[in-house]
Ligand binder design. Structure first.
Ligand code: KIV
Length: 368
């Protein structure tokens, strides 16, 4: 099956046969992310049948001539109803809270506009402006080096993509440790200035007063327990946490306290699979695992790790679904070769003036 169209501006789809191939034609309207959850082959309700007909004809022509890039719709569900309804499809905090026990939640980090567009087109539930941006984008050794101003900047870029996914921004180290007032103001900057819809912060019961303060300001909070990278020095390195019974029990109690305080979801990072499973069973809030086994209510990966855009030195829990770093090196090498051989730019990649203008311009110059 060939799917033709631009997924993030789709509002309708119909399956036809073009030259023997099954083609899903999608109706394109100027609405981003309208129906990234449409099933390939599913016919969706159109808001404007006239527009559907035009788009269908145009896409059929493109499919025949092979000019339109083909793409594939993945993990999709039907969206029916008016455009308003489709736009109301935005993922919200209560929706995530209700995903306890399933369907599984997918979260991916995004740090900029194109990353957020890509993640949203893939239909993830949550985009996280993680402080991992320190490592994967800024090349810093630890997440302790990134500040609130940088997370605000990255969150603003993600926000401009207007994702359907819920936007969660990480609170950097020392932005939620000093006083409740300071913590609320910092969380508030991420929401008011940057456009986050919720914040995430690392730590267990020790952080409860700050979590409660943020919640009292009506800002939803995602918790984070286990291998919390902001505690790298206290942990003595990036080590799997909760391997011993006492430490595991402490972590279960931490997670329960976060959930009882009102965190709408809890990230569990770098723990044995059995602990990921126990915490998930013990707490009311949905859990989102990273290196915490398969039994959590959702999974999160870092954008650059899952796309193979990093150094290649990934932790065991990372599954890279692509190797974009190698593809990028290959593309840029080919560009360099074309520049050096003079084959780039070609005639049709250059601007022209009529011959008489060109010869007038050339008169008296060194190229004459
Ligand atoms: O900063 C980050 O990317 C994170 C995820 C790994 C959960 O906190």
């Amino acid at each position: 099956m060939v799917v033709v169209g631009v997924v993030d501006v789709v509002v309708g789809a119909v399956e036809i046969v073009v030259d023997g191939a099954t083609v899903v034609l999608v109706t394109v309207v100027p609405v981003r992310s309208a129906c990234t959850r449409a099933s390939a082959g599913e016919v969706l309700v159109d808001t404007d049948p006239a527009e559907h007909a035009t788009a269908t004809r145009r896409l059929a022509r493109a499919a025949r001539s092979g000019t339109r890039r083909t793409t594939r719709l993945v993990s999709l569900v039907p969206v029916r109803g008016s455009l308003d309804r489709v736009m109301a499809d935005k993922v919200t905090v209560p929706q995530i809270r209700n995903r306890k026990g399933g369907p599984k939640i997918t979260m991916v980090t995004a740090y900029d506009y194109p990353g957020a567009v890509i993640a949203d087109r893939a239909g993830v539930d949550i985009v996280l402006i993680g402080d991992s941006v320190a490592n994967v984008v800024h090349g810093m050794e630890t997440t302790l080096e990134i500040g609130l101003d940088e997370i605000v900047l990255h969150t603003r870029a993600v926000r401009r993509a207007k994702p359907r996914a819920l936007i969660v921004a990480d609170m950097p180290w020392l932005t939620f440790h000093l006083s409740e007032q300071d913590t609320i103001l910092n969380a508030g900057r991420l929401v008011a200035e940057a456009g986050a819809e919720a914040v995430k912060l690392e730590g267990g019961r020790k952080r409860l007063p700050m979590i409660e303060a943020i919640l009292s300001a009506e800002i939803p909070v995602m918790g984070h327990v286990g291998l919390t990278p902001q505690s790298v020095h206290a942990m003595g390195g990036f080590k799997v946490q909760g391997r011993m019974v006492d430490a595991a029990r402490e972590m279960i109690d931490d997670a329960k306290a976060l959930s009882d305080a009102g965190c709408f979801a809890i990230v569990i990072e770098g723990v044995p699979d059995v602990l990921g499973e126990i915490i998930t069973k013990e707490v009311d809030a949905p859990t989102i695992g990273i290196g915490a086994g398969p039994k959590t209510d959702g999974q999160v990966l870092v954008f650059h790790d899952l796309l193979g855009l990093g150094s290649g030195d990934y932790p065991k829990f990372v599954r890279s679904y692509a190797n974009l770093a190698d593809q990028a090196v290959d593309a840029i090498s080919r560009f360099k070769a074309d520049v050096e051989s003079g084959s780039f730019p070609a005639d049709d990649e250059s601007y022209h003036v009529p011959d008489e203008v060109a010869s007038e311009l050339l008169k008296g110059t060194r190229s004459d």
